[in-house]
Ligand binder design. Sequence first.
Ligand SMILES: N[C@@H](CCC(=O)N[C@@H](CS)C(=O)NCC(=O)O)C(=O)O
Length: 85
Amino acid sequence: MAQVEIYTKAFCPYCARAMNLLASKDVAVEETDIGMNTAKRGEMIERAGGRTTVPQIFIDGTHVGGSDDLAALERAGKLDALLGR
Ligand SMILES: N[C@@H](CCC(=O)N[C@@H](CS)C(=O)NCC(=O)O)C(=O)O
């Protein structure tokens, strides 16, 4: 099973959409809320190549992008393979 990490913050509809998609895949997700955590926000931006919006999603350490990017992978039929399913 792939290691899935997602940086989120509260009241973020894009985060909820990404979490719902990942939940539908029945994979374990490590969620980091950056809302009150400057250090983790900085870590996210660095790992995401400068992107500052949430969510930012990583699968097995590889940056896959935000919610729209995750949805695009699903539409393209590529997400399950990345998740090892
Ligand atoms: N296209 C992006 C949009 C993400 C987005 O706009 N997220 C909002 C929160 S829901 C955000 O980070 N806004 C800037 C901010 O809060 O600093 C995606 O699909 O992830």
